[in-house]
Design a protein around this ligand. Structure first.
Ligand SMILES: Nc1ncnc2c1ncn2[C@@H]1O[C@H](COP(=O)(O)OP(=O)(O)OP(=O)(O)O)[C@@H](O)[C@H]1O
Length: 236
């Protein structure tokens, strides 16, 4: 399996605050990978560095075999990287349907791109709410919409930051079920979340960071078997 995303030796700062020190992360095509760690350890900063939203000071970030560490966020998005950001950031004044079609594109040149019907099959609630405005949706519906909107760009890599934060348990389960379906369809995914017990059943591999440094990497079975890691680095 070839690496779709290969991050190596990344250092990122906000002004004079050094946040990431030598972060590395590899995701093979078709894999679901997680980025784990307590609050404030640098997960979002890692994602922002990969997306080109915060430029890494040094290190290499390769996506689909191309060096992207100096490219703009817009160029990187157009190469087929889509994010479901923390806080969702859906358009409050557009309907569900308008949110979904606003940036639709076939970035991975698939013969079967996502359609509105495909998204509505994945999240039937969105179909019921399709004429509602973004600001009339519950947190769970907003998250479904944010995922649907990202999928409508047909990304090679889908990134979810805090995939289920603030959601009710049943809605969380819907999001996990959605990720499992996407994985079965071959979608490559990087997910940040704190529910390790669910992530070890959905994802293939995991990277744990603490204070901007990678402290552990490994497959689901190894993480599932080592509860000490959960307590020590993830706080669960
Ligand atoms: N714009 C910013 N300017 C300065 N420091 C920042 C900025 N954004 C984040 N930080 C700091 O960088 C560190 C890493 O933050 P980051 O958001 O990457 O962590 P995280 O692991 O995603 O945590 P969380 O789950 O709380 O979002 C934290 O100490 C945070 O306070």
């Amino acid at each position: 399996m070839s690496a779709l995303l290969d991050v190596a030796g990344v250092h990122t700062s906000y002004g004079s605050s050094k946040i990431l020190a030598d972060v590395g992360l590899t995701i093979a095509e078709g894999q679901v990978a997680t980025l784990l760690g307590r609050n404030g350890m640098g997960k979002t900063t890692t994602i922002r560095s990969v997306l080109g939203l915060t430029q890494a000071q040094s290190g290499s970030i390769r996506f689909r075999g191309h060096a992207i560490e100096r490219l703009s966020a817009d160029k990187i998005a157009r190469m087929g990287m889509a994010v479901v950001p923390e806080g969702r950031r859906i358009f409050a004044n557009l309907s569900v349907e308008e949110n979904l079609v606003a940036f639709s594109a076939n970035r991975n040149s698939t013969r079967e791109p996502w359609t509105l019907d495909g998204i509505y099959d994945l999240f039937p609630r969105l179909k019921q709410r399709r004429r509602n405005m973004g600001n009339q949706l519950s947190g769970g519906e907003q998250q479904m919409l944010a995922i649907g909107r990202a999928l409508m760009t047909n990304p090679y890599l889908l990134i979810l930051d805090e995939a289920t934060e603030g959601l009710a348990p049943l809605i969380r389960e819907e999001i996990w079920a959605c990720l499992s379906k996407l994985r079965a369809q071959g979608q490559t995914i990087l997910v940040v979340d704190k529910y390790v017990d669910r992530l070890v059943t959905i994802a293939d591999c995991h990277t744990i960071i603490e204070r901007g440094k990678v402290v552990w990497k490994g497959p689901s079975q190894a993480l599932a078997d080592d509860r000490m890691l959960w307590e020590r680095y993830i706080g669960v």
